[in-house]
Design a protein around this ligand. Structure first.
Ligand SMILES: Cc1ncc(COP(=O)(O)O)c(C=O)c1O
Length: 399
């Protein structure tokens, strides 16, 4: 009898991997589902990025194992990118650690800092990987709720009291806090005052604030880093990613930025997990990070046009949304009459052959919401609108 480890208890299969199987089944029945769920950019990277990969990979001397710390060329490109866009100075030799996508960084950070019983503050709603990584590392999640009423920001005063109580009552301590602005799934943009408060909170409670920042270039004119707050490096690390801003999700390139001590600590764990990244890919990533403003503008003009269509779709479904949100999705409140976002998502899937994500998969505070991805063409989005319109009209006639 083969049994799995205890650490896998309570860790389910990732929601999307299950749902994609169901969608595959429906497609095999001929349904041709339009999937507006996952945020994987459908647009290609810049041609110069592909060219770098092609040219570099044709060289004979680039196929060996690479440094655990990443290529100096990529680290310098990250430092320049942070200086140009975020006005943050990073030492490319010591304060940057290239990652095989930022998702692995979430796990590495949890493995580096959490012992059994230690706690990590997790946004609800938020990216589900924060909580699985904390649990897999043996830690305990302490969800903090983000509400529309509080501007999708944490109530730091209340949370501070909770942290003090938890540190007194529990065997472990609250060591990490996961934050992410522009926030996924709510699309909430950061504000300078919140960022300052987060740094003060980290210092006051001796918590490492882990800022996950993959969406700062999507539908947002002011990319902001939590590391730009004065003194942030004392208690902040930041993950960033080329998956969304550079359309390179499948390439798996991200980065961890922070104080030298933090980078060294995480590297102690990570260097036991992988053996570096293919050099041509790192060099191509460096090319991507050097792209000018026009690149981001052109990508965003496509997302903006798509977002208008998504607003139209959500309006048809009587959902309510904030038009100023950023990132690769639209987050919307479902109308009264549906039990939760799962009910609305299933209704649209089974009757209109369109999949939209139920907000509850991001935590129970997301239950009355749905999330629609902008990673489909305007044509596909129009087709979704037509299908939903058709379903709603026939449902009305039959009622
Ligand atoms: C909030 C958030 N963080 C991290 C990631 C992972 O990104 P990467 O492709 O860099 O691993 C995602 C991907 O969807 C995300 O939504």
């Amino acid at each position: 009898m083969i049994t799995t480890s205890k650490r896998l208890e309570g860790i389910g299969e990732y929601y999307f991997s299950q749902k994609l199987r169901e969608i595959d089944g429906l497609n095999q029945q001929g349904k041709q589902i339009i999937n507006l769920g996952i945020g994987s950019p459908d647009l290609p990277p810049h041609p110069d990025v592909i060219k770098t990969l092609q040219e570099e990979s044709a060289k004979p001397n680039v196929h060996a194992y690479q440094s655990y710390k990443g290529s100096p060329v990529l680290r310098k490109a990250v430092a320049d990118w942070y200086a140009t866009w975020y006005k943050v100075e990073l030492n490319p030799d010591t304060e940057i650690l290239p990652l095989i996508g930022s998702k692995e960084g979430i796990m590495h950070i949890c493995m580096t800092y959490l012992d059994a019983g230690d706690m990590a503050l997790i946004p609800n709603p938020g990216y589900p990987t924060y909580s699985s990584a904390v649990k897999l590392a043996g830690g305990t999640t302490v969800p903090y709720e983000l509400t529309e009423e509080n501007n999708w920001f944490p109530d730091l005063e209340q949370l501070g009291k909770e942290v003090t109580a938890l540190n007194q009552q529990s065997k472990g301590t609250v060591k990490l806090m996961w934050v992410n602005y522009p926030q996924m799934p709510t699309g909430k943009l950061p504000e300078a005052s919140l960022f300052k408060q987060l740094v003060a909170f980290g210092k006051q409670h001796n918590i490492l604030i882990c800022h996950d920042n993959p969406y700062s270039f999507i539908l947002n004119d002011e990319p902001t880093s939590l590391l730009s707050v004065e003194g942030a490096k004392d208690c902040v690390v930041e993950l960033n990613s080329l998956s969304k801003s550079q359309n390179m999700a499948g390439w798996r390139v991200g980065t961890l930025c922070g104080a030298k001590e933090r980078i060294d600590e995480v590297l102690r764990f990570k260097s036991n997990m992988d053996s570096g990244m293919f050099l041509p890919l790192q060099l191509a990533a460096a090319t991507a990070l050097g792209l000018p403003k026009e690149w981001y503008d052109q990508v965003n003009s496509i997302y903006r046009a798509r977002r208008t269509k998504v607003f139209e779709l959500l309006t048809l479904l009587n959902c309510v949304y904030d038009e100023s949100q950023a990132g690769m999705f639209v987050w919307a409140k479902i109308p009264a009459g549906y039990k939760d976002g799962f009910a609305l998502s299933d209704e649209v899937l089974y009757n209109a052959n369109v999949f939209i994500t139920p907000g509850g998969i991001f935590g129970n505070a997301g239950n009355p919401y749905v999330r629609v991805s902008l990673c489909s063409s305007e044509e596909k989005l129009q087709q979704s609108i037509d299908r939903v319109q058709h379903f709603l009209t026939t449902a009305k006639v039959t009622a």
